[in-house]
Design a protein around this ligand. Structure first.
Ligand SMILES: *Cc1c(COP(=O)(O)O)cnc(C)c1O
Length: 366
């Protein structure tokens, strides 16, 4: 067996070991077909079962109501940045964007390119504070004429997370949940659309999970190339074109591990315990491990960001972590410092090992 490291990368990120082992064991001969799942027609019954099991597991884990479609598309989060306004913003319709980080900015930029700045409006931003907190409720003024309010539930780069949804006064929410999808159970109903690139918490990159409500879907454009229409993908059960079969197969394996762990309520308990343990350590030594996020209630349970007193110490910590079998803790280039990503696949043990390391690093370098 090759050695596995403790992987704190932000994305692509660690996947549950059992999901990978299952893929390894089935790679050459999937379900007695004598082929890998990559070599089978996407119309064959063996693939069809995987495809629909993945969709059924999403529905089961999140208790997705009947009036939502679950789509499995390509192009990651970035294609959704474009597809959402292309489908919803036409005939003069407008949308509001809450801009809380690098990815939220990108989402707005694509919407502005498509619809113009008077139709894709930034209604709140914390960019002036380098996105180190979220807007307060009184800083968010939703326009009642908006077709949707777009926000990013977890800001992967900066380490902030919405623990309560913005109040939109009934305007449907449109959410990029790429980096915290399924970290806990939540009520899907207030959302017109949710999308999540898979490579943070769910599976391989390139695949994106979309949940779209029927009334929202009904308002989508039919004057786009078919491949870009939510309606086409919904009508064909995400089999309009050849889907990314292997990625969907891995998604299925990952979701099966979530179910085996007791579902999202059990996963939430572990995620909260992980975050408490790590933030607890940082808070004990706040003069050395300095948080980037300025409002405690806005801290992410998925991406934990901080910096040390000097950049030299940041670099030393990254190098020492690697020597101790922990990779991926370097902060994003725009933020610097340290970022530790503790998605569903990283267990409490991994965080314990990290915290022991941080305590030891402080003793020798503090
Ligand atoms: C990683 C990420 C993206 C970009 O995903 P791609 O698959 O590279 O398009 C978008 N939004 C958020 C919140 C992310 O974390």
């Amino acid at each position: 067996m090759s050695r596995r490291v403790i992987n704190f990368y932000a994305g692509p990120a660690a996947l549950p070991l059992a999901a990978l082992e299952r893929a390894r064991d089935e790679l050459l001969d999937f379900e007695g077909t004598g082929m890998s799942v990559m070599e089978i027609s996407h119309r064959a019954k063996e693939y069809d079962a995987v495809h629909h099991e993945a969709i059924a597991l999403v529905r089961e884990l999140l208790a997705v109501p009947e009036n939502f479609k679950v789509l499995l598309l390509q192009g990651g989060g970035n294609l959704q940045f474009a597809m959402l306004p292309m489908n919803l913003l036409f005939d003069g319709r407008k949308a509001d964007y809450i801009v809380t980080g690098t990815w939220a900015k990108r989402a707005l930029k694509e919407a502005v390119t498509w619809a113009g700045a008077d139709h894709a409006r930034s209604i709140a931003t914390t960019e002036g504070e380098k996105f180190t907190r979220l807007p307060r409720p009184d800083e968010i003024r939703v326009n009642p004429d908006a077709a949707y309010v777009h926000f990013t539930s977890n800001n992967t780069v900066e380490g902030t997370q919405f623990h309560e949804w913005p109040d939109t006064g009934g305007v449907p929410l449109a959410c990029d949940m790429s980096s915290d999808m399924m970290w806990r159970p939540f009520d899907v109903k207030p959302f017109g659309i949710i999308y999540a690139g898979a490579q943070k918490n769910l599976g391989p990159s390139g695949l994106v999970l979309v949940l779209i409500r029927d009334d929202f879907l009904a308002r989508c454009s039919e004057r786009l190339p078919a491949i870009l229409q939510y309606k086409v993908h919904a009508d064909k059960d995400s089999l309009y074109n050849t889907p990314p079969c292997f990625s969907i197969y891995i998604l299925r394996n990952v979701l099966a591990t979530f179910k085996a762990r007791g579902g999202l309520a059990a996963i939430e308990r572990e995620n909260r315990a992980k975050a408490d343990l790590l933030y607890g350590c940082l808070d004990r030594h706040a003069d050395f491990y300095r948080p980037l996020v300025t409002v405690r209630e806005h801290r992410s349970v998925m991406n934990v960001t901080f910096r040390l007193p000097t950049e030299d110490l940041d670099a030393r910590l990254v190098a020492e972590a690697k020597k101790n079998g922990m990779v991926g803790v370097k902060g994003y280039r725009t933020m610097g410092g340290i970022r530790v990503s503790i998605y569903n696949a990283n267990g409490l043990d991994a965080v314990r090992t990290l915290v022991d390391f941080l305590e030891e690093f402080l003793r020798t370098n503090g």
